[in-house]
Design a protein. Structure first.
Lengths: 111, 113
């Protein structure tokens, strides 16, 4: 069974600090990796995609991929209360294909 | 531009009834995906289309579930003889065929009484 594993949380981080979210995946042939943010009662919203080993930065978000360790992470700098949500990690093939989601990590930013 | 749209937003039905859920993808996206999500879980893959054909239907739980995309745009997920366990949010997503960035619609919340 191909799996994506995440700590369910909740992860509580003070406002302004760095939030670090982690994810591991079991399928070594996965080529595309994603972080989605999901607010309660809403659908997932894509915030980062990463395809190569290393870091990818977009504003306050940095995704990190280590294929040798089958590990993906998301860093959120200068955390804001609006970042409080569930963060879903997902892994899939290189081009159009299904993606396998983790169960999500609940993040809470405390003022 | 317009995002992925799904109708209805909510559907309440009785056990044993037939339901259809509709998805209209982002214009120009050739790949369309169906997932379902239960409370506290991540989306679970059901089926995806590349154009008009189902490229991977390995996630459909049984033969009560069927999906079509006859003209390569709008898709309909059909569930026959609904069961209470089918209650979930059904999510549709679309993407360009050259990458795998999938953009989700608002979902249809299905409740089977």
């Amino acid at each position: 069974q191909k799996e994506v594993e995440q700590n369910s949380g909740p992860l509580s981080v003070p406002e302004g600090a760095i939030a670090s979210l982690n994810c591991t995946y079991s399928d070594r042939v996965s080529q595309s990796f994603f972080w989605y943010r999901q607010y309660s009662g809403k659908s997932p919203e894509l915030i980062m995609s990463i395809y190569s080993n290393g870091d990818k930065e977009d504003g306050r978000f940095t995704a990190q991929l280590n294929k040798a360790s089958q590990y993906v992470s998301l860093l959120i700098r200068d955390s804001q209360p609006s970042d409080s949500a569930t963060y879903l990690c997902a892994a899939g093939g290189g081009s159009a294909s299904k993606i396998i989601f983790g169960s999500g990590t609940r993040l809470s930013i405390r003022p | 531009g317009a995002g992925v749209s799904q109708t209805p937003s909510n559907k309440v039905t009785e056990k044993g009834k037939y339901v259809e859920l509709r998805c209209d993808p982002i214009s120009g996206h050739t790949a369309l995906y169906w997932y379902r999500q239960s409370l506290g879980q991540g989306p679970e893959f059901l089926i995806y289309f590349q154009g008009t054909g189902a490229a991977d239907d390995s996630g459909l739980p049984n033969d009560r579930f069927f999906a079509v995309r006859p003209e390569g745009s709008v898709s309909t997920l059909k569930i026959q003889r609904t069961e209470r366990g089918d209650s979930a949010v059904y999510l549709c997503a679309s993407s360009f065929s050259t990458d795998n960035e999938q953009f989700f619609g608002p979902g249809t919340r299905l409740t089977v009484l």
